[in-house]
Ligand binder design. Structure first.
Ligand SMILES: Cc1ncc(COP(=O)(O)O)c(C=O)c1O
Length: 326
């Protein structure tokens, strides 16, 4: 394992707490549920991307970058956190968004504006439209004499995903200290990097739990392929020679609803349940839908009092304000 030799710049407040959720556990009447509070990573209002950015921006600094360019939707948590991380390191943030400027500046987009990020819209609704524009923006910046560092959508590259190998290690220590052996770790799966990093960590540390992703955007088959490939590449990066067996790649579908970023009734129910039992805020795009998936698996009887589940809270609460009233 050579995780400790990969350049990393500390941006997150770690370790994040691992908290019991006794009232949520009791209300659902299934497994013991604990919440891994990656919504408290601290950087720019917190969330999972802080862990990825520790490795990615160390790489940016090593290459002499003065500008960080990344992409997503106008409510992207990844973009907001990348912009905050860039500012913290004295770099200029440039964000490429699909679509046109929304009528209302709320949630993450509001925070991007406060951070003074340069915002560029592709004018096309397809999410993949940002990928090409990202390259063009970087080429233009280079022509202007700037040194851009490009981070693809979601930061889902092995170097970023290594941040979740760090999380897996952190959790092993917390499980040991608490004397618990979780059977499952649930997370929201978007660009797939978080689940891939966790899975790589679980394989590397021979963890006793299953890493279960709940897709909130991509089709199931695409997620399974991406998670496995990224986990495999992350293991290679951290110097662990191990195969990720396909049966260890667990992704659940059926919780996206009408589409990525469109709230669902089940997600909204999950957000209210978490808030009213534990005083915690999930979000309508990622964690609310992931929690809805976990609740559904419990209601189906697949997870019982025999199990102990860690729900990875990956943040995202700013998006609540962009979906007010739903
Ligand atoms: C709050 C939140 N949770 C979960 C995810 C999913 O993480 P990943 O893209 O690594 O699959 C994201 C991605 O942007 C996110 O913002």
């Amino acid at each position: 394992m050579r995780l400790s030799t990969i350049p990393r710049i500390r941006l997150a407040t770690l370790p994040t707490p691992l908290q019991d959720a006794p009232r949520l556990t009791e209300t659902l009447g299934g497994p013991r549920i604990l919440i891994k509070r990656d919504d408290l990573t601290g950087l720019g209002m917190g969330g999972n991307k802080a862990r990825k950015l520790e490795f990615l921006l160390a790489d940016a600094l090593a290459g002499g970058a003065d500008t960080v360019v990344t992409a997503g939707g106008p409510q992207s948590n990844h973009c907001r956190m990348t912009a905050a991380a860039a500012r913290r390191l004295g770099l200029h943030p440039v964000l490429v968004f699909y679509g046109d400027p929304p009528a209302e500046t709320q949630g993450n987009l509001l925070l991007d504006g406060i951070l003074g990020a340069t915002l560029i819209y592709t004018g096309k609704r397809e999410r993949a439209s940002v990928d090409r524009t990202l390259e063009v923006v970087c080429a233009n910046l280079r022509e202007e004499g700037r040194i851009p560092y490009a981070i693809p959508r979601g930061g889902a590259v092995p170097l970023g995903d290594a941040g979740y190998v760090v999380c897996a290690l952190e959790m092993e220590t917390q499980f040991f200290e608490r004397g618990i052996q979780p059977t499952h770790v649930f997370c929201a799966t978007g660009s797939c990097g978080t689940q891939a990093g966790l899975l790589a960590g679980a394989v590397a540390y021979r963890a006793g739990y299953r890493v279960c992703g709940v897709t909130v955007s991509r089709p199931l088959d695409e997620c399974r392929v991406r998670v496995r490939r990224l986990a495999q590449e992350t293991l290679a990066l951290v110097g662990v020679e191990a195969d990720v067996p396909p049966e260890q790649v667990v992704v659940y579908g059926g919780y996206i609803g009408q589409g990525y970023g469109i709230p669902t009734a089940e997600g909204t129910e999950a957000i209210r349940l978490l808030a009213q039992t534990e005083g915690l805020f999930a979000d309508p795009v990622y964690t609310g839908k992931a929690l809805a998936g976990l609740i559904d698996r419990i209601r189906r009887g697949e997870l019982t009092s025999e199990h102990t589940v860690v729900f990875l809270h990956t943040g995202g609460a700013p998006a609540l304000f962009a979906h007010a009233g739903r």
